[in-house]
Design a protein around this ligand. Sequence first.
Ligand code: PSV
Ligand code: MN
Length: 425
Amino acid sequence: MQHIIEASNRDRAAAHRSDYERLGEQLAQHKVDIEEVVAQAAAFEVAVPSWGLGTGGTRFGRFPGRGEPRDVYEKVEDAAVVHGLTTVTPRLSLHVPWDEPENAPALRAHAAELGLGFDAVNSNTFQDQANQALSYKFGALGHVDADVRRQAVGHILHVMEVGKALGSDAITIWLVDGGNYPGQIHLRKSFERVRDGLAEAYADMPEGWTMLIEHKPFEPAFYATVVADWGSSLMLAQALGERAACLVDLGHHLPKTNVEQVVARLVAAGKLGGLHFNDSKYGDDDLTAGSIKPYQLFLVFNELVDAVRDGALEQPPAYMIDQSHNLKDPIEALLQTVNNLQKAFVRAVLVRRDALTYYQQENDVLMAEETLKSAFEMDVAALVAEVRRRRGGAIDPIAAFRASGYRADKTAERAAAEYAPPQSL
Ligand code: PSV
Ligand code: MN
């Protein structure tokens, strides 16, 4: 891939240089040094979800793409391509058991060879797995039966073991416990059971790990989900202790929720641990981040950049993508996503914070809003491309990927009848 990137960058070098210089001049007029922004932008990294590398689907069907990865080893291979082109996705967030490796140390070594590591691991008590003794049909950690609860805690501990072997240092737990009809679950007691189950898993969490609790208002529970909102998530994180925090998935909010304000509240509580990026029009649509509500994405980053800058956040939360690529080529969708995320982040960096504070103090509503809007409207594509170029990535990752013929090569290779997964070595 490296020689393709170089060739692709050579073709674009002159046009890119002039775009970058023009942006530098524009920023200089506002007394902003483009080099400083490039340095800050280079700090942005985001994890890729193992499930985002294959074609996703809905409950009505799935239309597989060409040359999809057949197992987690091939997913790692594809993730390395995304990282090679973008240079900012060095970690994979693995779902267990969807992408559980037979041999975690071997997978870790394979990933390391390709320059990748592992981000938070994700547990799954939302589906029954083959050979599972007890069903999660009526819940897992919140189930009325203590044996089911024990099994669910056991699964979470197992996922941590897998994560430990992979070199992860966090687990993300999204629970679907809930009910479809009033009366089905005891609203208060189901929450207490979930809290107690999480506390058991938390007590055995490896040293230095963080437990990320992800809330979601509905689906698959259609009447009452136990961990439905940021308030429930925060109560759990506070009950568990210092190493538990909340994860905000941008798609897990009721329509019209002010997501950036949710982010601000969790920062204020010292409990914002991670973000799942995606976008949506109606619900948890898992579309490309920035494709539907780019202003919201920018406003979320605005809160995060502001919080890091004034010390409200000691370090940025864990950034992860959580999308389902049903129609787009998954690698291309990820390249597009990463670019959208970087642009939103850079625009947030460009917000003139002194001016914003001044206008807020003066109750100058219009100018305060314009201060945000003017940063949001900046065309920062060249700056983000320059970050990639300097790190050995592609000025235009999608063009370079298309020029590489990678998908066509993999389509031929992965269609081969005989396949020996590398973990059998
Ligand atoms: C649930 O909708 C979710 O956002 C959780 O993060 C899951 O782990 C992921 O999507 C994959 O289904
Ligand atoms: Mn999520």
